[in-house]
Ligand binder design. Structure first.
Ligand code: AMP
Length: 219
């Protein structure tokens, strides 16, 4: 199965993507994670990416398409592919369609997680992660069992906030979503109307997973 996951920053794409990729045995490609890894490597490309990412802006299409085309050509994608955070603009969607057509492996579904802007700001600004294993927590909604200790790896200390999870940057990222990514829902409704599925992302994460798994099981 090949799926594109669409939704505003903070809609819960990352959480749902990990669960769905495991349930349906798909290669999970998070464009945000791939870009952050490149940025952290300190390469010339990474330095270019940082300029856009730290300002909450989208990275230019030609750069993103290149980075993601390489990731998508991974042979592991032949068993199934879950794209999380890519495409984010219409030119990126067209480039993806062209690459998948060439591979003879078109998309099966476009899953949209719909969530309100206010919920997004509260969710993202409270998000923290374990610097050792990457486990994700929330100051209000998802605290570790013991304060300051990671449930997953036992790390003790400060959890960290992503550089682009501050309120000013979140509002910028939401604006980028509204202006550039939300129109993709219409793009897919026009080009592949029977593939688009919309889920209520204001529900609790486990309920969203249940809704998605139920629908995808029938796909
Ligand atoms: P994310 O974790 O998905 O919110 O991505 C973090 C940042 O990486 C975004 O704010 C963008 O700067 C960059 N990025 C990730 N995916 C894309 C994409 N498909 N197009 C443009 N920029 C992207």
């Amino acid at each position: 199965m090949r799926i594109v996951l669409l939704g505003a920053p903070g809609a819960g794409k990352g959480t749902q993507a990990k669960r769905l990729a495991e349930t349906f045995d798909m290669l999970h490609l998070s464009s945000g994670d791939i870009h952050r890894a490149e940025k952290a490597s300190g390469s010339t490309l990474g330095k270019t990416l940082a300029r856009y990412m730290d300002a909450g802006q989208l990275v230019p299409d030609d750069v993103v398409v290149d980075v993601m085309a390489k990731a998508i050509s991974d042979p592991k994608a032949s068993r199934g592919l879950l794209l999380d955070g890519f495409p984010r603009t219409e030119p990126q969607a067209q480039a993806l369609d062209a690459q998948l057509a060439e591979l003879g492996a078109p998309l099966d579904k476009v899953a949209v997680i719909d969530v309100s802007a206010e919920a997004v700001v509260e969710r993202i600004c409270g998000r923290r992660s374990c610097p050792k294993c990457g486990a994700i927590y929330h100051l209000k909604f998802l605290k570790p069992a013991v304060e300051g200790v990671c449930d997953k790896c036992g790390y003790k200390g400060q959890f960290v906030q992503r550089a682009d999870d501050t309120e000013a940057v979140v509002r910028q990222r939401l604006e980028a979503y509204r202006a550039q990514t939300a129109p993709l829902i219409d793009y897919y409704k026009k080009t592949s109307p029977d593939k688009v599925m919309v889920f209520d992302g204001n529900k609790a994460p486990d309920d969203v997973t249940r809704d998605m798994v139920a629908v995808l099981n029938k796909a």
